[in-house]
Design a protein around this ligand. Structure first.
Ligand code: HEC
Length: 177
């Protein structure tokens, strides 16, 4: 009796399903782990701001101040020249600087001219204001810092602008109007 041939070898090999699934699971697992890690890690601290946000350097230097012709409205004359940064000036919006005295020369001007330490050449309050602006070192108002009021206004303000400044300031008083 002849033995029949074995039939066991006829089946095609099974595709390696299991290992493919395992690979897929591993990838999903890794992605999940990565996602979790990202969620738990605090977002990186942005590079220190201190270097980039330096104080806005007081933009008050001769180069930054435009020429003031005097044709501008009086508010603009003061604003362009930067006076509001350091002075209170009645009627000028935003002029509440505290570095120098309030510019109420209608009230304070006579006092300055009468000050025993006054060495300037002004005879009137009007002249005193012009002198204070173009030769700011001549007289330093007692109680205020010297060499603080800029010294270059003479080169930036036209004669007309100076006239308007003096005319405006000599009529300001510290009495609320
Ligand atoms: C950087 C600050 C600063 C700016 C800007 C500045 N001043 Fe002054 N100013 C001072 C200081 C401080 C004094 C007081 C010390 C002195 O007399 O120099 C003064 C004094 C004065 C005085 C004399 C006041 C008084 O009561 O006798 C006048 C007038 C004056 N400034 C006008 C102006 C005008 C007008 C401008 C703009 C064109 C201006 N200042 C811009 C700081 C400033």
């Amino acid at each position: 009796m002849k033995s029949s041939a074995s039939e066991s070898s006829s089946k095609p090999p099974r595709p390696p399903r299991l290992s493919e699934q395992a690979l897929t699971l591993m990838v999903i697992g890794l992605v999940l782990l990565y996602a979790l890690w990202m969620l738990r890690t605090p977002s990186p601290v942005s590079p220190s701001l201190s270097s980039s946000s330096s104080l806005p350097a007081l933009a008050l230097s001769s180069e930054n101040i435009p020429l003031v012709t005097g044709e501008e409205p009086v508010i603009e004359i003061f604003t362009r020249a930067g006076c509001p940064v350091c002075h209170v000036i009645p009627g000028i919006p935003g002029a509440n600087g505290q570095v120098g005295p309030a510019l109420v020369l209608g009230s304070t001007g006579a006092q300055r001219l009468a000050d025993p330490s006054y060495r300037g050449t002004a005879r009137t309050v009007h002249e005193y204001i012009v002198e204070s602006v173009v030769e700011s070192g001549v007289f330093v108002v007692p109680g205020y810092p010297e060499r603080t009021m800029p010294v270059w206004y003479g080169a930036k303000l036209s004669a007309l602008a100076l006239e308007k400044i003096a005319g405006y300031l000599e009529s300001q008083t510290d009495q609320p109007q």
